[in-house]
Each structure stands twice: as structure tokens, then as C-alpha cells.
Design a protein around this ligand. Structure first.
Ligand code: MOS
Length: 697
């Protein structure tokens, strides 16, 4: 288990600790982010967002600001280029109509983009955008997410067995409602894009999770020749699911087209709360029925989330139970209600993060009612096959994670009774929860070139959103070529490199590794056969579409066990996490340094989710109160205790490198482990996040 640090042999790079290949550039400031790159003749766009939550635009008073210093143009619904949003994108879904900017006079939510002011400098653009008067015809809006509603749209349901009769036959029943609030990604680097037309091609320098994804959307939206669009995204300061196609790229392309000069659009932190996507609040009802020994007879997980009036997005919370536990009667459903709010989107572990809070809290409540240890309860309900799919698991080492975690955390000594341990004014408790996330792979293309000087260059449209993907690809390629990693240079973040999986769904590194391994192995074989490398280099390309299509049908998931110890201040209600441990079975670990970083990052976000994060929507304005990092609390260093993440050996049997994916599993179950620890400390169940001091008291 764990890290092997030290020298790497020619074929042993994967599994050894390497600092990020671009780390020095990042910490010295040499790495340029999308909003930093210089362009001559650069103009700056500033988005103006609606102040009403629903209605229509009566007029945009642009004449008054066109006379302001430096202002070049004001784009709005009456003069912006027309776009086509009637298409299916590369991810297999139609676009959220929100990205079809300035196409009509309707306002669909507070913070809806109504105009782009373009000026010579960013400051001039901002001043003019803030001075821009827009008149609205306001309509009544509804932004209140109040849980159960008769008009909720059932989207995604699984049903096995007779739920009511199994519940009736159960010796022990848990029936509880859990809620989680609206949460926001808030990557450190705000969204930023620069668009320009150069030699008949559109180039967009952007911060995103997939250059070919964004390029494809822009091609379709603007009806362009695919060969004429290039999107680059060299360094990305965090994504978490929110860095896809957004208003900033579309606005920048529109303005660059109209003005025929490069235009940059950067979102402010405040704007990101309205136009960068977020995680929907959820209301989840869970019913568990079990025999006295804890064996599940019934599992019912019904989740409700919200979406906008223009696009249906589901936060699929109920999915996590389809993998974790079987029951004689097993029902799950995800439903949505439409409100006058921005469309939510993927945010790290979409579905699993809030879903596991509810399900893993409910399991803890069941363990308490049955009087059995929470880990023993999970062991009693470990399924042989996918509970809903009936498919075999590619590998499932959940119980090994619990065993190893329990040993290291010191679980065996735990007195299960709540509210007994004190440290001065603090009540102490420990909790645990299971973790799971799908392990998938998606088709990608890559090119690996051997240069005459003995070095190699990889080209793949991968995205490194801070995860260390570039470094992982370097190590994987080095092993496939059987060379040391310092001979491999990896170029990513350029749609000209051809189709590749996005940095998302915990599938990036696995998908890219598959493609580069395929190309690099073939290149190594060719080099072994014939010695000559032409001056321009010898290139082998790969496309993994067929290999991935041929993958056997199995339940493929990463698993994990989360442990937390908390202290609860009985006078202030403050909850402090004292330590956390996560043990994961998540495929072969490519780079222990960045993997640990990724898993710990997810667990820290679990602390944030459990105790701090909560976007507050003002019912009157329809917008947010405190749409900034002062009003929206995230865990900071002072909130983060000793956190350890480690793993058990779990190579994927069907992956050429053995990878499963670790991007999202770190947050799954983390909030439940903390909530369960708060119960253990205080004897009080917290079924609504965040567990704020005022709720604890
Ligand atoms: Mo992840 S939420 O698929 O970026």
C-alpha cells in the first residue's frame, strides 16, 4: 500500500511520487492563465447581468455608455450575432439555452446576461457596464425550493420488489428527510476567455475542462467549420465541473467577430454565482427497513433537486444506493422542479456527494437502531453483484477499505453510545461512511512522437485543472515507452490535438492514459523494429473508441471508507473536525503525490460541505445574498485538521494501466462521516447541511 518515493527505473514511473512537471512554472508565476496572456490590440468585455429574476428587457440604454471613455460597443439582444442552439453536443446532450447569449428579450433568472460592454481597458468596460441602464418589464418569480412538489418531474427511477410490504415486515425502520443547500464551485481562477480571428481561424484562449468540448460547442453555436476553430487551455486554476461552455466564451467570440480584434471576457467572483453553474439544493427522503440483525429488506431513496425554467439538470443523488447496498425491495428516484433560477450543473461528485450524505447518514441511524456497529452493518449488506444492474463488479474492495481504515483510525476501541466523551467544553465523537464513484473511460485520441534527440512529445487534448493530469500522462507515457519520464514532454489543452475526454466524471486521467499508452506502445514497437527517426520525428496516433466500446459490461466503481473525529463546543455550537482518514480502492494510483492531493482535497471539500457551504438565495430579488467568498463560507486552513488519504491495491482488471479514477470520490461520504461523528459526540442527528453552530445549539 502507499507511496514508493525515490528513483525511477525506465519502466517504473507509474506508482512513484513525482512533483508536478509544471509546478515550478506555477509557483514562480511563469505559468500563464487564460486571463493573463498578452495579445496586441486586446479589447475587454464586461458582462452586464439582469437585476430582475424574471421578465423581459424593455430597453438597453446603450447610447449613454457608448460615449464613455474607451467604449467600443455594447452587444445585447437587438444587435448581437445570431447563434444556433438547436444541436446535440459532444457530451450527447443539447446545450443549456442560457449560453445562447443575447438572442431574445426574455430574462430567465436573476443574473441573466443582458449585455456585453466592450472597451479598450477592463476598467473602462467595467465602469460602462455598471453605468449601463437596462429597463425591464418585471414578472413575478419563484425561487423557493421547498422540497416535495406535486409537479416535480420524475426523471430517473429504479424499482425492484414490493417496498411497502418489505417495510411492513421489517423489524427496524428508518424514515428520514435530509437536505443539502445550494453549493458553488468557486475555483480559485475565475472563468476567463480571449477570442480572436487570426488567418481565417477563430482562436479562443480559455480556462476550461476540455478544449475539444468547448470548441465543438462553439462550432455548433456559431455554425462554423470545425477546422476553423481552435480552443486552447494551457493551465486551469480549478474547475470542479463548472468550467464548460459558459457566457464568457460566447460573449468573447461575439465581440471578436463584431469588432474584428481580440476580446477578453473575465467573470467576476460575484458573476460566477449566477452564470458559472452550481450544485442544486436537494431534499432527500430515505426509508430503510431491516431485519433485527441489520440485513436490509427495503431501501428507498427519493431525491428532489431544482433546475432552471430553460434546461433540465438532475443532481442524481439516488444513484449512489444503486451501487452500495442491495435490499429485497430497492427503489430509487431522482426528480426535479423548475424554478426561476440559473441552471445548476455538475459539481464534484454530482449526485454522489449530497446523495451519500443522506444515504450514509441513514445507514448510521439504522446501525444505531439495530444496535450494531456501522461497519458491521455495511458488511452485512455487501452485495454480490450490482444491486440494480445485476452486473458483476469489475472489483469491489469496499470492506477492505473499512478494515484498513478501522485499523488505522482506531475504530475497534470506539464506544458506540453517543454524548459520552468530553474534552473540557468539547464533546467528542467519531463517525464513518462508505464512499463510491463510477469508474469509467471515454474515447480519446493521442499522438506520441519520437524525436531524433531521444526525447518524446505527447499531444493530447487533455485538461489539467490542477489535478496533476499533465504529470500523470508523463508517467504513463514513460512506462509505455520504457523510458525515464524526463525524456517525455506532454502537451495538452489544445483542441487541435483532436478529440479527447474532458477533465470530468473522474474519467480524464484514465481515458487519456489509455490513449497515450496505446500510441506509445505501438511507437516503442516500431522503434524496436527499425532504427531510423526522420528529422521531423516519428509519430504514432491512437484512437481508443473501439477498445472502449468493446469493454465488458460490468459495474465499475471506485470505493472508499471515510472516518472523522469531531469536537463540538457545547457553549457555541461550533463543530471542529479533529482528524479524518479516507481509505480508497480506486484503481492503480499513477502518482501518489498528486493522488493524495486529489483525495485529501475532496475530503476537505467534505468538511466544507458538512460545516460551511451554503448559498443563500434572497426570495425577494431572486438573487444571492453574499455572493462572494466572504458571504459564502468555505473551509480554510484553520478548519482543516490532520487529514490522511491512502489506498488499498485495486488495479482495474480491464484497463491497460489499471486506472479507475480518483477525481471525485474524495468528497463522497465525507460529509456523512462528519455528521455521524457529530451525532456520536452529541446524540443529536443533523439531517440538514451545513451543520451550523445555530443548528447545533
Ligand atoms: Mo466533474 S463534477 O465531472 O468536473
Amino acid at each position: 500500500m502507499t507511496t514508493t518515493t525515490g528513483s525511477t527505473t525506465a519502466t517504473g514511473s507509474v506508482g512513484t511520487a513525482h512533483t508536478r512537471v509544471e509546478g515550478r512554472d506555477k509557483v514562480t508565476g511563469a505559468a500563464r492563465y487564460a486571463g493573463d496572456l498578452p495579445f496586441s490590440e486586446l479589447a475587454h468585455g464586461w458582462l452586464a447581468l439582469s437585476t430582475v429574476a424574471r421578465g423581459r428587457i424593455r430597453s438597453v440604454e446603450s447610447a449613454a455608455v457608448l460615449g464613455m471613455p474607451g467604449v467600443l460597443t455594447v452587444l445585447h439582444h437587438q444587435n448581437a450575432p445570431r447563434v444556433d442552439s438547436d444541436y446535440i453536443g459532444v457530451l450527447g446532450v443539447p446545450p443549456d439555452p442560457t449560453i445562447a447569449l443575447f438572442q431574445h428579450d426574455r430574462v430567465q433568472h436573476a443574473g441573466w446576461p443582458v449585455a456585453l460592454v466592450v472597451a479598450e481597458t477592463s476598467e473602462q468596460a467595467r465602469e460602462a457596464a455598471e453605468a449601463l441602464v437596462v429597463h425591464y418589464e418585471e414578472e413575478p418569480h419563484d425561487v423557493a425550493f421547498l422540497g416535495e412538489r406535486p409537479d416535480a418531474n420524475p426523471l430517473d427511477t429504479t424499482e425492484k420488489g414490493d417496498l411497502e410490504s418489505e417495510l411492513a415486515a421489517s423489524a427496524v425502520v428508518v424514515d428520514a428527510e435530509y437536505t443539502t443547500p445550494e453549493e458553488h464551485h468557486n475555483p480559485m481562477e475565475p472563468h476567463a476567455a480571449t477570442a480572436r480571428w487570426e488567418g481565417g481561424r477563430l482562436e479562443v484562449v480559455d480556462s476550461n475542462q476540455g478544449t475539444t468540448w468547448v470548441a465543438d460547442e462553439l462550432v455548433k453555436l456559431f455554425c462554423l467549420d470545425p477546422a476553423s476553430v481552435r480552443v486552447r487551455s494551457e493551465h486551469v486554476g480549478g474547475g470542479f465541473g463548472g468550467k464548460g461552455v459558459r457566457a464568457h466564451q460566447v460573449a468573447a467570440v461575439m465581440a471578436a467577430t463584431v469588432l474584428q480584434r481580440p476580446v477578453r471576457v473575465v467573470m467576476t467572483r460575484r458573476q460566477m454565482f449566477s452564470i458559472a453553474g452550481y450544485r442544486s439544493p436537494t431534499a432527500q427522503r430515505i426509508r430503510l427497513g431491516a431485519d433485527a440483525d441489520g440485513r436490509l429488506r427495503a431501501l428507498d431513496h427519493r431525491s428532489l433537486n431544482l433546475t432552471s425554467t430553460v434546461y433540465e439538470f438532475t443532481e442524481p443523488c439516488a444513484g449512489v444506493g444503486r451501487v452500495l447496498y442491495d435490499a429485497d425491495a430497492h427503489h430509487t428516484s431522482n426528480r426535479v422542479v423548475r424554478l426561476d433560477v440559473p441552471t445548476p450543473t455538475w459539481m464534484r461528485a454530482p449526485g454522489e456527494a449530497p446523495g451519500s450524505f443522506a444515504l450514509e447518514s441513514a445507514l448510521d441511524e439504522l446501525a444505531e437502531k439495530c444496535g450494531i456497529d456501522p461497519i458491521a452493518l455495511r458488511a452485512r449488506n455487501e452485495p454480490e453483484r450490482g444491486p440494480v444492474s445485476g452486473l458483476p463488479f469489475s472489483s469491489r474492495r469496499l470492506l477492505d477499505c473499512f478494515r484498513e481504515g478501522a485499523r488505522r483510525f482506531g475504530w475497534a476501541d470506539r464506544d458506540p453510545r453517543p454524548g459520552l466523551r468530553r474534552d473540557g467544553r468539547w464533546l467528542l465523537g467519531t463517525g464513518t461512511a462508505a464512499s463510491s464513484f463510477p469508474a469509467g473511460a471515454a474515447p480519446s485520441t493521442a499522438a506520441v512522437t519520437a524525436q531524433p534527440d531521444g526525447t518524446f512529445t505527447v499531444r493530447i487534448a487533455a485538461a489539467d485543472i490542477g489535478t496533476g493530469a499533465r504529470t500523470a500522462i508523463t508517467l504513463v507515457t514513460a512506462d509505455a515507452l520504457e523510458v525515464a519520464p524526463d525524456r517525455v514532454r506532454v502537451r495538452i489543452g489544445d483542441s487541435d490535438f483532436g478529440p479527447a475526454m474532458i477533465a470530468g466524471g473522474s474519467m480524464g486521467t484514465r481515458s487519456w492514459a489509455w490513449a497515450v499508452t496505446t500510441a506509445a506502445r505501438e511507437l516503442r514497437e516500431r522503434l524496436a523494429l527499425d532504427a531510423g527517426i526522420p528529422p521531423e520525428g516519428l509519430t504514432v496516433r491512437s484512437d481508443t473508441s473501439e477498445a472502449i466500446r468493446a469493454l465488458a459490461h460490468k459495474e465499475r466503481h471506485s470505493f472508499g471508507a471515510q472516518f472523522a473525529e469531531v469536537a463540538v463546543d457545547v457553549t457555541t455550537g461550533e463543530v471542529r473536525v479533529r482528524r479524518m482518514l479516507g481509505i480508497f480502492a480506486a484503481g492503480r494510483i499513477v502518482n501518489p503525490l498528486t493522488a493524495r492531493n486529489q483525495l485529501v482535497g475532496g475530503m476537505i471539500w467534505g468538511i466544507s460541505m458538512a460545516l460551511h457551504e451554503e448559498a443563500v438565495r434572497d426570495q425577494v430579488s431572486g438573487g444571492h445574498a453574499g455572493a462572494d467568498l466572504a458571504g459564502y463560507h468555505v473551509a480554510t486552513h484553520a478548519d482543516v485538521p490532520l487529514i490522511e488519504a491512502d489506498w488499498v491495491d485495486d488495479p482495474d482488471p480491464d484497463d491497460p494501466v489499471g486506472i479507475k479514477g480518483i477525481g471525485e470520490i474524495g468528497i463522497v461520504g465525507a460529509a456523512a462521516a462528519i455528521a455521524n461523528a457529530v451525532w456520536h459526540a452529541t446524540g443529536v442527528r443533523h439531517r440538514s447541511l451545513p451543520i451550523r453552530p445555530d443548528r447545533v445549539l
